[in-house]
Design a protein around this ligand. Structure first.
Ligand code: GLN
Length: 530
């Protein structure tokens, strides 16, 4: 059992997640099994209530975990499914310690921040680490954040208990390049390292985030001032795509260095297939445009999974995808919809919660349905498509979702009976992986090449089964249902070139090595349509 810790120096936003994921991919390339853990210093139990504006998208694991987006980075780079236990938050740690105290586990002792909190952190890490040859553990935030102290103390404890041949620590820190004078400043790295040392954690590697190549002179200076071997300095210069980072680290001898320190056999490392796919990202010859209607503007990470799913689909099609984002706030009236969508060939709309402009969305779906504009709807947009169809094709004028209307007599989207008596907010969510049975002749089955599939969900409302019959009678195909309950998973429209919506979030399962069929097909069809 080997542990590799990744901590942050000076500032956040340096790419600790990509660093950890890339180390994960490197370890996987050696044939060793790799576990991944993210430690988040916030007090929430999980990321479910975080604002997408501040924190980016909330990621969902197979086992119902609402997690930090880094968990998805890890899944994408290691091509492994992760679980709730792989995301440890300060909230989870404190909750467990307090529960144990109430269960008299610390009877006659004083329960305090040290050592009880670091001990709990160590126990939670071991739940994952015991199962793998090597586990990479990323500490969110920076070593200068006061809430990081218990996590750093846990690292120190592990190093003492397991020995330095089993525990390796990296710190990711910025090398400053002053554009106005051309100078390179090493101070932030030096102070990050010395402050880490003050917590008794000795860094084995320093990942230097830099915009320019590190000169020999800078390396010498850093090695001297940080009191490390030059091989411990790993340059992390900006790259064209994050998927290049594993190879970039490998070429600098990072794996050999790990081998030396941790005694992991890395001689079998093979990144060839990975690199072939990565080259396709940078070298794809043709460009296709796909329009995405979105809600949370101004923060790139909000739709991270959608963005990445398109990169995977572009590799599969060997064609670069350019996404054109249409702010949903700007398409509320028929005129605005006409203006925004009339020249669009493909639309994808990702899901969201607490929708304000739902009437505008209904108009938008009416527009794409009537004008044969190919459409892939995700989560809320399946619900919107059903409302639109019920109103305009089934004559149910007040068809609505119980999420948005108090007065409608026809909730075609509603809470299911069993949800109505649940008072705990989390209990009402359909979260995590669910099976779906696809209708054999459906577009969905054609795209998935299968009739039995699973997808990850994150929503509360469902298509009301009382309306299934009337919707289908008028030409809305319910092409996928959950096998155990009468829940709608996919809808399609007959006599439309491509109209498919899913109640799930297919983007969560897309990876470079296994791109998602719905996205691959959307890109392929756009190319055919060009
Ligand atoms: N708000 C909708 C629901 O809870 C859809 C959520 C989503 O798109 N993820 O059912």
């Amino acid at each position: 059992m080997k542990l590799i810790f990744v901590t942050g120096g000076a500032i956040s936003g340096l790419g600790k997640g990509v660093t950890s994921s890339s180390i994960g991919r490197l370890i996987k390339s050696t044939g060793n099994s790799v576990g991944m853990v993210k430690m988040d210093p916030y007090l929430q139990i999980d990321a479910g209530t975080m604002s997408p504006y501040e924190h980016g998208e909330v990621f969902v694991t197979e086992d119902w975990g609402e997690c930090d987006l880094d968990i998805w980075n890890y899944e994408r780079f290691t091509d492994e499914n992760l679980a709730k236990v792989n995301n440890i938050t300060t909230g989870k740690v404190y909750q467990n310690v307090i529960n144990k105290e109430r269960a008299w586990e610390f009877l006659w002792k004083t329960v305090s921040l040290f050592p009880h909190i670091p001990n709990e952190i160590k126990e939670q890490i071991l739940v994952t680490a015991r199962k793998y040859d090597v586990t990479i553990i990323e500490v969110g935030g920076t070593i200068w954040d006061i809430e990081n102290a218990p996590f750093l103390e846990a690292i120190r404890g592990f190093k003492k208990e397991l020995g330095s041949e089993n525990v390796f620590t990296c710190v990711v820190a910025p090398l400053l390049h002053l554009n106005y004078s051309g100078e390179v400043k090493t101070k932030l790295i030096q102070h990050s390292v010395s402050d880490l040392r003050k917590t008794w954690v000795i860094p084995d590697a320093i990942i230097c985030r830099t915009e320019i190549e590190m000169s020999e002179e800078i390396k010498e200076k850093l090695a001297r001032s940080c009191d490390v071997d030059e091989r411990a300095l790993i340059e992390a210069k900006n790259v064209e795509t994050i998927y290049q980072v594993p190879d970039y680290f490998k070429k600098q001898g990072f794996l050999d260095y790990l081998w030396e320190k941790l005694k992991i056999d890395v001689s079998t490392s093979n990144l060839e297939n990975w690199n072939i796919l990565v080259n396709k990202i940078t070298e794809a010859p043709i460009v296709v445009k796909i329009w995405v209607v979105w809600k949370y503007t101004a923060f790139e990470d909000t739709y991270k999974s959608i963005n990445e799913a398109f990169i995977h689909a572009w590799v599969a099609n060997n064609s670069r995808v350019e996404l054109v984002w249409i702010d949903a706030e700007n398409i509320k009236t028929p005129e605005e919809i006409e203006k925004a969508l009339s020249w669009v060939s493909w639309v994808l709309v990702p899901g969201w919660f607490w929708e304000r402009w739902v009437e505008g969305k209904i108009l938008a779906v009416e527009y794409v349905r009537k004008n044969n504009i190919p459409f892939l709807g995700i989560c809320l947009w399946l619900q919107v498509a059903v409302i639109e169809f019920a109103r305009n094709m089934c004559g149910i004028d007040d068809a609505h979702s119980a999420e948005f209307s108090q007065t409608s007599q026809n909730f075609v989207i509603d809470f299911m009976e069993e949800q109505k008596n649940i008072t705990d907010k989390w209990g009402t969510m359909r979260l995590g992986s669910y099976e779906a049975k696809l209708w054999e002749n459906s577009l969905a089955a054609k795209l998935y090449w299968n009739t039995d599939i699973t997808e990850r969900h994150r929503h509360r409302y469902e298509v009301n089964p009382n309306y299934h019959e009337v919707l289908e009678e008028k030409g809305l195909t319910i092409s996928g249902k959950s096998p155990s309950r009468d829940l709608t998973e996919f809808v399609e429209i007959e006599n439309h070139p491509f109209f498919i919506a899913t109640q799930a979030h297919p983007e969560f399962k897309s990876r470079l090595e296994s791109p998602h069929p719905l996205f691959v097909w959307l890109v392929k069809a756009s190319l055919d349509n060009k």
